[in-house]
Design a protein around this ligand. Sequence first.
Ligand code: NAP
Length: 253
Amino acid sequence: MKTIWITGGSSGIGFATAKEFITNNWNVVISSSNKIKLESAKKKLELNNNNKNSVHAIVCDISSKNNVDETINSIEKNIGKIDIALLNASAYSPNKNQIFDISNYELLVDVNIKGTLYCVNKLKDVMKNRNNTIAIISSPLGYRGWPTAGAYGISKAAQLSLSESLYFDFKKLNINVRVICPGFIDTEATKKNSFKMPFLKSAEYAGKKIFDRLTKGTEFEIIFPYLIVYFFKFTRILPYKIYFYIWKKLGNF
Ligand SMILES: NC(=O)c1ccc[n+]([C@@H]2O[C@H](COP(=O)([O-])OP(=O)(O)OC[C@H]3O[C@@H](n4cnc5c(N)ncnc54)[C@H](OP(=O)(O)O)[C@@H]3O)[C@@H](O)[C@H]2O)c1
């Protein structure tokens, strides 16, 4: 039985993806920082599954390097060799009032950037020469600087750039690096958004897409739904004059 480790598996996209992998007979380890939330997610996953031994939950705050190292060691020793690590955990706090708040930047740098780096740092040692996969969930909000999304945006841009660099570097270690950029998905995180999200999809939709692409494909980049993500991609090539003009027309930016 193959094993997937999903950080941030207690809710949203991570939880829905865990469900898909369990249904398809994988050994699934979910992690998150809140023990109560994590245990409740584990119980829900067990309800849908005859083989309760294939659902595991380990509390792991990814912003703690020791916690990440211990978690990966524990999975490898007690549960199984990690075939896929889905680095999905993320903090999200949109900055609606556009006031620069350093504590928000610090949180998102600690969890989304440093947390991802701590996971990669340990995984590279255990996965070396095993042809395993590290899949990092970034976001189209990393493609450009968006109003109200400074802290989240820099963390997602960093993950995207990191994934591209490691794609090359980790080939030498025989580790596959892939990046996932979903459009708007209905989760606890996006409930914090105050605008209408175009082409909003369910977490279950995202979970199915991620399962399919991670297990049946080998492409570097996984995106869904196509239309909205291609729209975001298109904005990357817009000159500043046009990009700023569009935002001015869209709102008070
Ligand atoms: N939803 C979207 O529209 C969308 C679009 C593009 C990309 N994404 C990306 O998709 C991923 C999942 O997002 P989501 O929408 O499913 O969010 P979510 O429902 O808020 O889930 C976030 C998960 O991360 C965990 N987490 C937060 N801080 C953590 C920490 N310090 N250590 C370990 N786990 C932590 C949370 O659990 P605890 O609170 O228990 O720690 C939770 O399980 C994120 O990387 C996000 O950037 C989402």
